[in-house]
Design a protein around this ligand. Structure first.
Ligand code: ADP
Length: 633
């Protein structure tokens, strides 16, 4: 037995531990710890509060419907308790001779006798008055808040310690004075009022208030009229009239006017602006002015209700009558009636201002402006670049002209023999002719006719010599790159004339086969001549002095479509296949004294003329150089 006991205890221990754990969890749930204390504190807010709302004319009569809506909304968001809001309407307020109120009282009593509300809220003066009268019978112990009631309509003597009043204070003089400030030309204020007992009360009050202003402005009273009649009259008001919307719950014919339909109809036909003193009527139909703030009244009412529901004594929850709020104006109505903002009282607020185009499309406009700016920046950048490119192009052409000029100078060395030969001939002839003429003149009877002939020869030879010099000077001329219309055949011929003496000296046959077609091109004549010269001199250089075979350089011009072509062939050594790609590179030369710049410059010149220059080897030996230039249109 004793041997089994330890085994049992070993099995029981885990079970005991499990039970203990469960116990602890339960204890944590049941015993009031710190979390439990919070829950107990919140428990008092779980209790449902029954709120009885008593309306005056009906649930949809402005301005009270707005007060009620705002109060309920605020109460629901601010109340820590769940609420059961029940609403009743005192229809009797609409009538001049209401029937007996007892049945309605009996109905309310039947509802609330056994389950009285936690609080009663009366909205508007008639409801307040009714509640004061019957509260003893209906809900003697429920605290009451009378709200949205003008202070003059509160029966102060009838208030109990269980009542709190959130009253408002109308100030019609302030309303009328502000109209005169905003529209100083006003000469008639037309006051619109209904015909219920409450509205009749206000008619007398407003008339009394208006008295002091009668020296400044005249008053008309649309009170107790059929609403249709009011509409008719309001559409034909003389200039400088304004309408003042007091109340229109019941008109002179007993028709009730809920909501804002009546005001909207008036606004649609009236030929004068409409002012009011309640912001429940503001936001579409009226101009504005100092008005009662629904939000302010609602805030004070809800604060009082919550304090009373929390247990404070109504007698301790007192509020001062709420005056008219700072003036507010509807921007749209101001525009419609030409009311200048400078006429408004300094503390005014302007609402419903339509955003300006800038305010409405700010982002779009900013985007478009920035796109324009970026675009303008890009354009000016591109223009700047273009200018720089132009300047660079002009500079490079100048450099090219200078380089070409330097290269021509170096070529002149080669031309010297040719030029000397060219000059020697006419100079020698001139000398011989001059000597002959001298001899003839020494004779007794000189043959004047012969002398004249000799002098003519001298002149011709002189022309020849000066033509050689002109050609030389034109090659050496340092001119800026200049484009003009030229006949390519002439350019080639002049170049050939310059070098033909060299060919003669080297025993090379230089032929020129020009095309009969016109080769009009646009270009710089000096530079193009330099290209042709260079290619011809290179061709002659390729024929070595010792070469005993054919010694020929043939120049031909042809028209190939819209291009002019100059072809220069020679019977020289030709160009090695490996050198063909290099002959136009700067400083490529195979000559002991060569500079390797001639063809490089030639290519640059041709390309500046939108043309091409190519080198090739001929099958029969020797090289072929082709210069292509576009024909001018
Ligand atoms: P340079 O005459 O000072 O050498 P170029 O640029 O005028 O400079 O010519 C470059 C090279 O092209 C020459 O050295 C030569 O090797 C080759 N070349 C040019 N024309 C011919 C030609 N007609 N036949 C053979 N080789 C040529």
């Amino acid at each position: 037995m004793s041997g089994r006991m330890p085994m049992v205890s070993v099995r029981l221990w885990p079970m005991a531990a499990a039970w203990l754990g469960l116990g602890l969890v339960l204890a944590a749930c049941i015993l009031p710890g710190p979390a439990g204390a919070v829950e107990l504190g919140e428990a008092r807010y779980r209790e449902l509060k029954r709120v009885l709302v008593l309306h005056s004319f009906g649930r949809e009569f402005l301005p009270w419907s707005e007060f009620a809506r705002s109060i309920k909304a605020d109460l629901e968001t601010q109340s820590p308790w769940p609420l059961d809001i029940q609403e009743h309407t005192l229809l009797s307020a609409r009538f001049n001779n209401p029937g007996p109120e007892e049945p309605f009282v009996a109905y309310l009593r039947s509802l609330y006798e056994n389950r009285p509300p936690d609080i009663v809220i009366s909205i508007g003066a008639p409801a307040g008055k009714f509640a004061q009268k019957y509260r003893e019978q209906l809900f003697p112990n429920a605290p009451m808040v009378m709200t949205a009631v003008e202070q003059r309509l509160v029966d102060h003597a009838g208030l109990t310690d269980n009542d709190t009043v959130v009253s408002i204070r109308n100030d019609f003089q302030a309303s009328f004075r502000s109209i005169l400030q905003v529209l100083p030309d006003t000469n008639t204020i037309v006051v619109v009022l209904g015909a219920s007992p409450l509205e009749k009360f206000w008619l007398d009050e407003v008339k009394r208030n208006a008295k002091v202003l009668e020296s400044k402005v005249s008053f008309e009273w649309y009170a107790g009229l059929a609403f249709e009649e009011i509409l008719k009259r309001a559409s034909r008001l003389p200039p400088h009239s304004v309408l003042f919307w007091g109340l229109m719950s019941v008109d002179g014919t007993g028709v009730t006017h809920e909501g804002d339909t009546a005001l909207r109809r008036l606004r649609a036909v009236a030929n004068a602006p409409i002012f009011s003193y309640q912001d429940a009527f503001f936001g579409g139909e009226t101009v504005g002015g100092p008005m009662h703030s629904t939000a302010e009244t609602s805030r004070k009412t809800v604060s009082a209700v919550i304090r009373l529901l929390a247990g404070e004594k109504p007698v301790d929850v007192r509020t001062e009558p709420i005056p008219l709020a700072s003036p507010r104006y509807d921007w749209r109505e101001m525009q419609r009636w030409g009311i200048s903002a400078s006429n408004l009282p300094p503390d005014s607020e302007i609402l419903f201002r339509e955003p300006s185009v800038w305010e409405r499309y700010r982002w779009q406009m900013l985007m478009i402006t920035s796109v324009f700016l970026v675009q303008a920046g890009l354009i000016s950048g591109l223009l700047h670049e273009r200018r720089r490119r132009r300047v660079a192009e002009v500079e490079s052409r100048q450099r090219l002209a200078e380089l070409a000029h330097a290269n021509r100078y170096s070529a002149v060395g080669e031309l010297t023999t040719s030029i000397a030969h060219e000059l020697n001939q006419p100079l020698g002839a001139i000398l011989t002719n001059a000597e002959t003429a001298e001899l003839m003149l020494k004779a007794d009877f000189p043959d004047i006719g012969e002398v004249r002939q000799i002098l003519a020869d001298i002149r011709r030879d002189d022309h020849r010599a000066s033509e050689v010099i002109r050609r030389l000077r034109s090659v050496l001329k340092k001119t800026p790159f200049e484009i003009k219309g030229i006949e390519l055949n002439d350019t080639v011929r002049e170049a050939i004339d310059l070098v033909k003496a060299i060919a003669l000296g080297r025993r090379i046959t230089l032929t020129y086969l020009p095309t009969l077609a016109n080769l009009h091109v646009k270009g710089d004549p000096v530079q193009l001549q330099q290209v042709v010269l260079n290619v011809i001199i290179n061709a002659m250089d390729a024929i070595s002095d010792t070469d005993a075979g054919k010694r020929e350089v043939n120049v031909a011009s042809v028209r190939a479509g819209d291009h002019a072509e100059i072809r220069v062939t020679d019977t020289g050594a030709g160009i090695l296949a490996s050198d063909l790609a290099n002959v136009f590179n700067p400083f490529f030369t195979t000559k002991p004294q060569g500079m390797g710049m001639g063809l490089a410059i030639a290519r640059t010149i041709v390309e500046a003329h939108h043309g091409t220059i190519a080198a090739a080897s001929q099958a029969a030996g020797g090289a072929l150089f082709t210069i292509r230039l576009p024909i001018a249109r």
